[in-house]
Design a protein around this ligand. Structure first.
Ligand code: ADP
Length: 412
C-alpha cells in the first residue's frame, strides 16, 4: 500500500469520517463516527449546475437550507459545507474523507486509499459507468481542494460482489468481449448488501461466515444478492445497474430484441432507447404516474388506479421470481433480507412478495409486517417459517467504518 505522506492528518480514534456520495448533479454527505455509526451532521446538495442549486444540512435535529450562489457546482456546495462545519466547530473532528465510488471494475475488491494512480483508474473505469464514475471523481477533486490535509478513501459499490464465481459473472456472449473489454457482470449496492448481511448474522446469532442469505435491496434502484457463507456469490445487477429487477424508472431485464425493434421499426434513436429504459420505464413506465412506491400505493388503494396496481403487481412478481431463481445458488438458506426505502417501509410490497414464496417456506406474520416499518428492524415471518428480516441499511456507516479501518491498519 502507498506510504502515507506526513503532510496528511493522522487518524485518531475519536475522529469522525466525512462520507461523500457525489452524483452528476448532487452531493450527499454525512459526518459519521466510524465505531458506532452516530451521524453528527448530514445533508444533500442538489440541482447542482442549475441556478436552483440548493444545499440542505441537518445537525442535531436542526435543518437548514441555503440557495447556492454562482458557480452552482460541486465545489461551491462543498465550500458551503466547509463553512458550516467550521461554524459548528466540527472541522477538527474530521479524520478523513470516504467516497462512495460506483464502479471499481475487477481491480478493486477492497476500500482503497485514493492516490493519483487510483484516480486515473477510476477515470478509466468510467467506460463501464459513464454516468457515475465521472461524478464520483468530481467529488474526489472537490474534496481534495476543500480538505487538503485529509486522506481520501474510495469505497466501491461493486467491491462486495468481486467474490462472485465465473459462472455468475460471465455473459452468454463472445468471451473475447470479456477478455478485451471487461464486459461482465459486476453488481452494485455492494455496500448495502454487505451491511445488511452483517446485521442479519447478528439477528440470527450466527457468525457471518456461516450465513446463507438472499438480500433484496428495494429502493429507487433494486437488486437481489445471494450470500453464501457471508460472501456474495451472485447478484441481479450486471455490468451496469440496469440489469435484473424492475425499478423506479429502469426496466431491468429486457429482451434485447425489443431494442432492435424500437430502433429498426419504430424510429427510436439509441439516445431515445437509453432514456426509455433508464428514465421512463419501471414503476413510472407502467403506471404512467410516478416512480415513487408511496404515490402508487396511494393511487391504487385510495383511487382504485388500475395502472398503479399493475405496476406494483409486476414489480412484486419480478422480485419474488428473482428471489426464487437465486435460491438455486444455495443448498441452505437462513433467511431473506428486505432493505432499501421500499423493503424497509412498504408492508404492501413485502406482503405481495412473500406470499408468492411459500414454496421456499416463507410465511408472513401480518401483524409483525405492519409493525416493522419506519426504522424498525426484525423478523416479519411466522416463527415456524423461514426468517424474513427487515433491516435498515446504512451504506454511509460502512463507508466510514471501512475508511477508518483502512487508515488505521495502514498506519500500524
Ligand atoms: P434510493 O435508491 O434513491 O436510495 P430509497 O432507498 O430511499 O431510494 O427508496 C425510495 C423508495 O422507497 C421510493 O419508491 C419510496 O416511495 C419508497 N418508500 C419510502 N417510504 C415508503 C413507505 N412508507 N411506503 C412505501 N414505499 C416507501
Amino acid at each position: 500500500m502507498t506510504q502515507l505522506n506526513s503532510q496528511f492528518k493522522k487518524l485518531s480514534p475519536s475522529d469522525s469520517i466525512l462520507v461523500i456520495n457525489c452524483g452528476s448533479s448532487s452531493v450527499k454527505f454525512s459526518l459519521i463516527k466510524p465505531d458506532n455509526g452516530e451521524t453528527l451532521l448530514s445533508g444533500l446538495a442538489e440541482r447542482l449546475l442549475t441556478d436552483e442549486a440548493v444545499i440542505k444540512i441537518e445537525h442535531k435535529d436542526e435543518k437548514k437550507s441555503y440557495q447556492l450562489t454562482s458557480p452552482f457546482n460541486h465545489q461551491t456546495a462543498l465550500a458551503v459545507l466547509v463553512e458550516q462545519l467550521q461554524s459548528l466547530n466540527l472541522v477538527d473532528n474530521i479524520g478523513a474523507v470516504g467516497h462512495r465510488v460506483v464502479h471499481g471494475g475487477e481491480q478493486y475488491s477492497k476500500p482503497t486509499l485514493i492516490t493519483p494512480e487510483v484516480e486515473q483508474e477510476i477515470k478509466q473505469l468510467s467506460a463501464l459507468a459513464p454516468l457515475h464514475n465521472p461524478a464520483n471523481l468530481i467529488g474526489i477533486k472537490a474534496c481534495q481542494a476543500a480538505f487538503q490535509h485529509l486522506l481520501q478513501v474510495a469505497v466501491f459499490d461493486t467491491a462486495y460482489h468481486q467474490t462472485m464465481p465465473e459462472k455468475a459473472y460471465i455473459y452468454g456472449i463472445a468471451y473475447s468481449l470479456y477478455q478485451e473489454h471487461a464486459i461482465r457482470r459486476y453488481g452494485f449496492h455492494g455496500t448495502s448488501h454487505y451491511f445488511v448481511a452483517k446485521q442479519a448474522a447478528k439477528q440470527l446469532n450466527k457468525p457471518i461466515e456461516q450465513c446463507n442469505l438472499i438480500s433484496a435491496h428495494l429502493g429507487n434502484g433494486c437488486s437481489i444478492t445471494v450470500i453464501k457463507n457471508g460472501k456474495s456469490v451472485d447478484t441481479s445487477m450486471g455490468m451496469t445497474p440496469g440489469e435484473g429487477l424492475m425499478m423506479g424508472t429502469r426496466c431491468g431485464d429486457l429482451d434485447s430484441g425489443i431494442i432492435f425493434h424500437l430502433v429498426n421499426s419504430l424510429g427510436y434513436s439509441i439516445e431515445d432507447v437509453d432514456k426509455l429504459v433508464n428514465k421512463e420505464s419501471g414503476l413510472l413506465g407502467i403506471s404512467g404516474l410516478s416512480n415513487d412506491c408511496r404515490v402508487l400505493q396511494a393511487a391504487m388503494i385510495d383511487d382504485n388506479n388500475e395502472q398503479a396496481k399493475l405496476a406494483l403487481t409486476v414489480f412484486c412478481y419480478r422480485i419474488a421470481k428473482s428471489i426464487a431463481s437465486y435460491s438455486a445458488s444455495l443448498t441452505e438458506l437462513d433467511g431473506l433480507i428486505l432493505t432499501g426505502g421500499i423493503g424497509e417501509n412498504s408492508s404492501w410490497v413485502r406482503s405481495e412478495v412473500i406470499k408468492q414464496l411459500s414454496l421456499l417456506n416463507f410465511v408472513l406474520d401480518e401483524e409483525k409486517n405492519e409493525a416493522t416499518r419506519f426504522g424498525a428492524s426484525g423478523n416479519i415471518a411466522t416463527s415456524s417459517s423461514r426468517p424474513c428480516l427487515v433491516i435498515t441499511t446504512n451504506e454511509e456507516w460502512v463507508i466510514a467504518e471501512q475508511t477508518s479501518q483502512l487508515l488505521t491498519n495502514n498506519a500500524n
